[in-house]
Design a protein around this ligand. Structure first.
Ligand SMILES: Nc1nc2c(ncn2[C@@H]2O[C@H](COP(=O)(O)OP(=O)(O)OP(=O)(O)O)[C@@H](O)[C@H]2O)c(=O)[nH]1
Ligand SMILES: [Mg+2]
Length: 361
């Protein structure tokens, strides 16, 4: 039996199994087995085989992908945000490739990637599903674009993203797993565990060949979160749901929808400024400034970094040779204990900071 067939059987079994106290353990194991096969299926087939993915180069300060069914208005939206000319048409599958645009906002250059429409089953490779989802995995923000007449598809799209290992608006699991040579599984936690017991934890780890490890929980993890921590190749990405073509419906229609979304009309340009603002806010960019030695900092040209970025991240963005020449940095602003604090590469910068890089002589 091939992996795909095994996966199907396990998924069917999971769907069949009633959720209750008595089946909890069985369900946990099924989920672990499913996640393991999915990981194997997602792994690149063979080294050296030519890539069939979209050839997109990341540029700018952050990358946003547009994900949605065919014809929901992704390309129209890209054009409205970036002033690009991605082809739009009233029929499905107009866009067959990955089309990049750049949206400028508050000094940030944000790359927006327009993709072909995804269809249900994308994570299994339907349409160009795998390639689309792999572009999404590398994004900083997933913009889910819905057609005003098909709002219910949101759940399906989220499922597709989930199956592809994308975790929207979640933090990575606070679970540390350290392998060791012997001694079995040792479990400790800093919070009460209400979803997992030691038998379940050992069974899930065992599914991944981990029989000797120290596991520390800093959160009340579910089976899914533990599996995510073990599998390890998950992407934790923020998202924003956009409901497009609202020019075609009434206020009353919109009021009946009970999920959170930003209503827009890409064609009429409605709410485009708000959308730009929401994208910018969700990317959590900070602005930092460089100050050449003795000079005044150049406040007109901020460097945009993701929140949590370090001096090392800043160096990489400034110049490719800077890291090898790095001696130390001086920092002024919120992250500095005092003005001009001397710091190393791992120092975390904050919005508005000014820094100088001192090179080796
Ligand atoms: N009424 C209305 N029509 C829109 C709006 N945005 C897009 N459309 C129309 O919807 C159709 C599809 O738009 P596209 O931008 O090509 O959709 P897409 O999501 O890129 O489609 P694929 O590339 O096939 O996946 C076109 O006929 C657009 O003119 C909108 O805000 N309001
Ligand atoms: Mg398109």
């Amino acid at each position: 039996m091939g992996l795909e067939d095994k996966l199907r059987l396990l998924e069917e079994e999971l769907a069949r199994t009633q959720k209750n106290k008595a089946t909890e353990y069985h369900i946990g194991l099924l989920k672990a087995k499913i996640a393991k096969i999915r990981r194997e299926l997602a792994a690149p087939k063979k080294a050296g085989t030519s890539s069939v993915g979209f050839d997109v180069k990341k540029t700018g300060d952050a990358t946003v992908v547009l994900i949605g069914l065919p014809s929901v208005g992704k390309s129209t939206l890209l054009n409205a945000l970036c002033g690009t000319k991605s082809k739009t048409a009233p029929y499905a599958f107009t866009t067959l490739n990955c089309i990049p645009g750049v949206m400028e906002h508050k000094g940030a250059k944000i790359q927006i990637l327009d993709l072909p429409g995804i269809i249900i089953g994308a994570h299994e490779g339907k349409g160009r599903g795998r390639e689309i989802l792999s572009v999404a995995r590398s994004a900083d923000l997933v913009l889910i674009v819905l057609d005003v007449f098909q709002p219910a598809i949101l759940q399906k799209i989220k499922e597709e993203l989930w199956e592809a290992g994308i975790r929207l608006d979640e933090e990575p699991p606070k679970i540390s797993i350290t392998k060791r040579a012997r001694g079995g599984i040792e479990i400790s936690s800093t919070v009460p565990l209400t979803h997992l017991d030691s038998k379940m934890i050992a069974a899930i780890l065992g599914e991944y060949g981990l029989h000797n490890a120290i596991v520390v929980f800093h959160e009340d993890a579910t089976v899914d979160r533990l599996i995510d921590a073990v599998v390890g190749n998950r992407k934790y990405i923020r998202s924003l749901v956009v409901l497009n073509k609202v020019d075609m419906v009434t206020e009353e229609y919109l009021a009946k929808l009970n999920f959170s979304y930003l209503p827009v009309s890409a064609e009429k340009g409605t709410n485009m400024d708000r959308l730009k603002e929401e994208i910018f806010a969700r990317l959590q960019l900070i602005r930092v400034y460089t100050k050449p030695r003795l000079d005044r900092p150049d406040l007109s040209e901020p460097l945009m970094l993701k929140v949590g970025s370090t001096i090392e991240d800043a160096c990489k963005r400034l110049h490719k040779d800077l890291l090898s020449q790095f001696k130390y940095a001086l920092v002024w602003g919120k992250s500095a204990k005092f003005p001009g604090q001397k710091v190393g590469l791992s120092h975390v910068l904050q919005d508005g900071d000014i820094f100088s890089i001192i090179k080796k002589q």
